[in-house]
Write a protein of this length. Structure first.
Length: 226
């Protein structure tokens, strides 16, 4: 393990920091740290950067609420670049997207992409995901975003559901199908976390939906629209 004094800052006193979602391994953003912001990041375990445009320290989430909770910081072989793994509270990009890297220059070949999708689809089940979520509540795995949500409690889970619902609306309003799918998946996951927290099973939701398929007049919805 190295210490801050061994990090090699450039001639402007900065080091690039690649921020990665610790759960999905998705690259969220590329920002810069100076020695002071790196020390703050280590002490607070929240990402703090140096804004080159504003020439000031920038604690991510201080105004937006989208804090990035640091899981680990790793330097490269030359110790002049950092990878920061985080558990994000919300989107990394100021445009509202989860990642700043949303504009592909070269996409995977279709055959490979389809094969990976098919493999994931074959192995995925809602029951399996539910079991994983339940396990994270019981086992409290260190570094797990799901465990982090359970540790923070119901209010945090509900806050995330509200944020993800908004993201679905924004993506759908923009007629962005891919982003809408992505955000609906995020929302579904967070709803399942709520289900585990509240002791609600998939069978109970399935039963509720099954009981509605013969109902032609949805009285509750009609009252809401009057």
């Amino acid at each position: 393990m190295i210490d801050i004094n061994e990090v090699k800052f450039d001639e402007k006193g900065l080091v690039p920091a690649i921020v990665v979602d610790t759960n999905t391994k998705q690259v969220l953003t590329l920002a810069y740290m100076n020695e002071e912001s790196l020390k703050i990041s280590v002490e607070k375990k929240l990402t703090c950067f140096w804004s080159r445009s504003r020439q000031e320290l920038w604690l991510k989430g201080e105004t937006s609420g989208n804090y990035q909770h640091i899981v680990s910081i790793t330097a490269d072989c030359d110790q002049d670049a950092l990878v920061v793994e985080v558990q994000p509270d919300g989107p990394a990009c100021h445009l509202g997207t989860w990642s700043c890297f949303s504009y592909p220059l070269l996409e995977p070949e279709a055959a490979e992409d389809e094969q990976e999708t098919e493999t994931a689809a074959e192995s995925f089940t809602y029951e399996g995901l539910m079991q994983l979520i339940e396990g994270r509540k019981v086992e409290k795995k260190e570094g797990s975003y799901t465990t982090y949500l359970f540790d923070k409690g119901l209010d945090k889970i509900l806050k995330k559901i509200g944020e993800e619902s908004t993201e679905v609306i924004i993506a759908a309003k923009a007629n962005d199908k891919a982003e809408t799918i992505y955000e609906i998946a995020d929302l579904a996951y967070h709803v399942m976390v709520l289900m585990v927290e509240a002791g609600i099973s998939l069978d109970e939701i399935t039963g509720e939906l099954a009981s509605r398929h013969v109902i032609d007049h949805k009285i509750k919805q009609e009252k809401m629209t009057k």
